[in-house]
Design a binder for this molecule. Structure first.
Ligand code: PPS
Length: 562
């Protein structure tokens, strides 16, 4: 089989180029850019030979065509900061490095321009709507200036995980050749495979008399997706269920955009580069969910239409599939449009699956093989076994530490999970001893607490935080940081200032009033009350023991403890 063009320099040239690169300006690639560069260098994105130039970009956005006229549906651009763009001139070679500083490629910068991102969003993704993950990324994560130019590969980004499942296009082509696989149908996925997918992929392979390539994306997928470590273990668990010698799996380091129809066409072109002859496009392929009006961004079969229009030009045949549902009457999966009128069909949505995992409910065998569910349960235990954070906020002397201490003891008495208390004073002594009480330092202090609590939560522990945390925006930031890993329960210890001042257990209010301590919260520094905490405790009316009990009840109602 032919080879696709790779962009790596031969090893002797690479060594010399690497030595010369120490004098070049360096751009540290973002995680998405690392994926893009790897796909460019190994030929996954052929015919591209670098990041799009301005003329290519204009053509791709407007009509899915490079300046040469070749089809290319997705902008692959190197976005940088204004500061970096200001240092670079066209004609210059720059070094592209990974996050650790390892040199991956050199780029001859041919174009530098500031794109109109709203126009790009509208043309490429069909909507300038922040709810679209790619539009959100484009506007809030990607840098404002684009650089275009050819790449010369020095060293492929290293992957330490699942190496035996990773292949470049040419490696996979060579394997297909060796195995005598002349017809290969690829299945793109960013989800664990359940029975519906297995059925669909087997039917597709039979229908077109081809071998099957399960080709999951492990670069970047939709935020909130099951992590690729879990997914790959799920795929491994079911590979043997496919008829022998028919099916293989390879991991694709693509950074998805969730761009619906254009993305589906892009996926098909990439699979063509990997030597596949057929490509499965299902319902709502690479769909990004709903827009601001609650409507889907794309029609369920728009992707199929666009791929069909271009399949001859790309040189890969589409295998279209309708959604598969389980027919209880026939005890088998069938495409939705083949279901008889009185047939009972069963389906478990993604949301329902997540709920069942969270609560620890049964997931039937008709839906997914037990070995897949076992893998999912390992990394998605029910909520009462997951880590979580309880974040107390309130004025100094409001009773945060006292309640947090009482709660810690109660949770330790239950003995379910390890508990760590990140009390304001303790943190200031150990983690944040150099910080003052300026806004900037308070924010830094809270972010540090959030980071540690996030790590504890991720690893299945309980983090109890009890800082003042006077700023709402910073609390929100910490919440979203932690909610990636587990539940975040904000508790406002709402003791009024007069009472805190009256108690003045540490004598700090007196000092603050006397001007001896400056920037004291509530006296000459602000406290922004939480608008929607999970729980608000009025310590004037309840004892610390009762307050801790209120928190326990809240945690129970959230399903975090039993
Ligand atoms: S913050 O804003 O969240 O970073 O504050 P925090 O780290 O929780 O504060 C810890 C304790 O520092 C004492 N302290 C002050 N608090 C507020 N303002 C000023 N200027 C200040 N100086 C010292 C105060 O006792 C805080 O402890 P708690 O437990 O809240 O009383």
């Amino acid at each position: 089989m032919d080879k696709v063009k790779e962009l790596y320099l031969p090893s002797d040239e690479a060594a010399a180029a690497k030595a010369a690169a120490k004098d070049y300006k360096s751009w540290d690639l973002t995680p998405r850019q690392v994926c893009d560069v790897e796909m460019l260098l190994d030929g996954s994105f052929a015919p591209l030979e670098g990041f799009l130039t301005e003329a290519d970009y204009d053509g791709v956005c407007a009509s899915m065509r490079l300046a040469s006229g070749a089809l290319w549906p997705m902008p692959v651009t190197l976005d940088v900061t204004e500061a970096f763009a200001g240092e670079v001139e066209t004609g210059e070679t720059i070094a592209l490095r990974d996050q650790e500083g390892v040199l991956i490629a050199l780029m001859e910068v041919s174009d530098i321009w500031t794109p109109d991102k709203s126009a790009e969003a509208a043309m490429v993704f069909g909507a300038d709507d922040d709810r679209h993950p790619a539009v959100h990324y484009l506007k809030y994560t990607a840098g404002p200036v684009y650089l275009g130019g050819r790449l010369k590969g020095i060293e492929a980004p290293v992957h330490y995980d699942f190496r035996h499942h990773r292949h470049t296009p040419n490696e996979l082509r060579a394997l297909f050749d060796k195995w005598g696989w002349h017809r290969v149908v690829a299945f793109q996925t960013r989800n664990p495979l359940h029975r519906a997918h297995m059925e669909l992929t087997m039917r597709a392979a039979q229908e077109v008399q081809a071998n099957l390539l399960i080709h999951p994306v492990v670069g970047m997928t939709k935020p909130g997706d099951v992590d690729h470590f879990t997914r790959v273990r799920c795929y491994e668990a079911i590979l043997n269920n496919y008829p022998e010698q028919t099916t293989t799996m390879s991991l694709l380091h693509l950074a998805m955009r969730m761009g619906g129809p254009r993305e589906a066409l892009w996926h098909a072109m990439i699979r063509k580069n990997y030597g596949c002859t057929h490509f499965i496009v299902g319902r709502d392929h690479a769909g990004p969910g709903n827009n601001a009006k609650g409507e889907p961004f794309y029609g369920p079969y728009d992707a199929q239409e666009l791929v069909r229009e271009h399949e001859d030009e790309v040189g890969i045949k589409m295998v279209p599939f309708k959604m598969m549902v389980y027919s209880q009457d026939h005890a088998q999966y069938v495409p939705m449009d083949e279901v008889g009128e009185d047939e009972t069909v069963l389906n478990i949505s993604g949301t329902e699956l997540r709920r069942r995992l969270q609560v620890g409910l049964d997931i039937p065998e008709w839906f997914s093989p037990p070995e897949v569910i076992k893998e999912l349960r390992r990394t998605h235990p029910p909520r009462h076994q997951q880590g979580f954070t309880v974040f107390f906020t309130g004025l100094s002397g409001s009773g945060k530490s006292t309640i947090a201490n009482a709660l810690m003891v109660k949770l330790m008495e239950m003995g379910d999970r390890p508990v760590t208390l990140l009390d304001g004073d303790i943190v200031r002594k150990n983690l944040s001893s150099e910080l003052t009480f300026s806004k900037e330092h308070r924010d830094l202090n809270i972010r540090r607490i959030g980071f540690v609590a996030g790590e504890i939560t991720k690893n299945g522990g309980v983090a109890l935080c009890a800082p003042i945390a006077p700023y709402a925006a910073t609390r929100r930031e910490v919440r979203s940081m932690i909610e990636q890993y587990g539940a975040f329960c904000e508790i406002h210890v709402a003791t009024p200032l007069e009472i805190c001042e009256e108690r003045d257990r540490k004598g700090l209010y007196a000092k603050a009033r006397a001007g001896i301590i400056k920037q004291f919260t509530g006296i000459d520094d602000p406290y922004e009350e939480p608008e929607a905490p999970e729980l608000k405790i009025d310590t004037v009316k309840v004892s610390p023991d009762e307050a801790a009990h209120q928190v326990i009840l809240k945690l129970e109602s959230l399903g975090l403890i039993r």
